[in-house]
Design a protein around this ligand. Structure first.
Ligand SMILES: Cc1cc2nc3c(=O)[nH]c(=O)nc-3n(C[C@H](O)[C@H](O)[C@H](O)COP(=O)(O)O)c2cc1C
Length: 147
């Protein structure tokens, strides 16, 4: 069975709401295993077919936890090549983090990224949560069809 990781960092719960909706959408497609988590070790990334990363923007950057995970994966030579990648996150005024995440997924890890990233301005509204559910569902369906 295909496996999807929805990994997020969230300090005030906004990106967490997006992550919950993405996981819900991914589960609704049926035959996939979805793990919703705020921390994984770099070595664990290997077991997933898709990795969707939630990164709110703080100080024009992605969270340190997210950066550390990518650093560790790079240093340890963990291959993510060909896995599906996606990024999302809440922001206030500039929203760089999800774009930076996708850039690293694409250029460093050679993942197949789903663009554009999903960005919610502060608290995600119903329309944004629908988009999150849809993203999760689309990623699940693409894995089911590819299997
Ligand atoms: C100290 C601090 C720095 C921030 N820096 C940025 C920033 O550089 N760009 C931006 O778009 N939003 C910035 N924000 C706004 C957050 O991205 C926003 O509050 C977001 O909803 C937080 O998501 P979270 O609840 O998932 O942690 C900042 C917020 C704080 C408290």
């Amino acid at each position: 069975m295909s496996k999807i990781l929805v990994l997020y960092y969230s300090r005030t719960g906004n990106t967490e709401k997006m992550a919950d909706a993405i996981a819900e959408g991914a589960r609704s497609a049926g035959n996939v295993e979805v793990e919703l988590n705020y921390h994984v070790e770099a070595e664990e990334l290997d077991k997933f077919d898709a990795v969707l990363v939630g990164a709110p923007t703080y100080h024009h950057d992605m969270p340190m936890d997210t950066k550390t995970l990518f650093e560790e994966a790079a240093v340890k030579g963990i291959s993510l090549k060909g896995k599906v990648g996606g990024a999302f996150g809440s922001y206030g005024w500039s929203g760089e983090a999800p774009k930076l995440v996708l850039e690293i997924m694409k250029n460093k890890f050679e993942m197949q990224v789903t663009e554009p990233p999903l960005l919610a301005n502060y608290v995600p509204d119903q329309n944004m949560l629908d988009k999150c559910r849809d993203l999760g569902k689309r990623v699940s369906e693409s894995l089911i069809h590819a299997a």
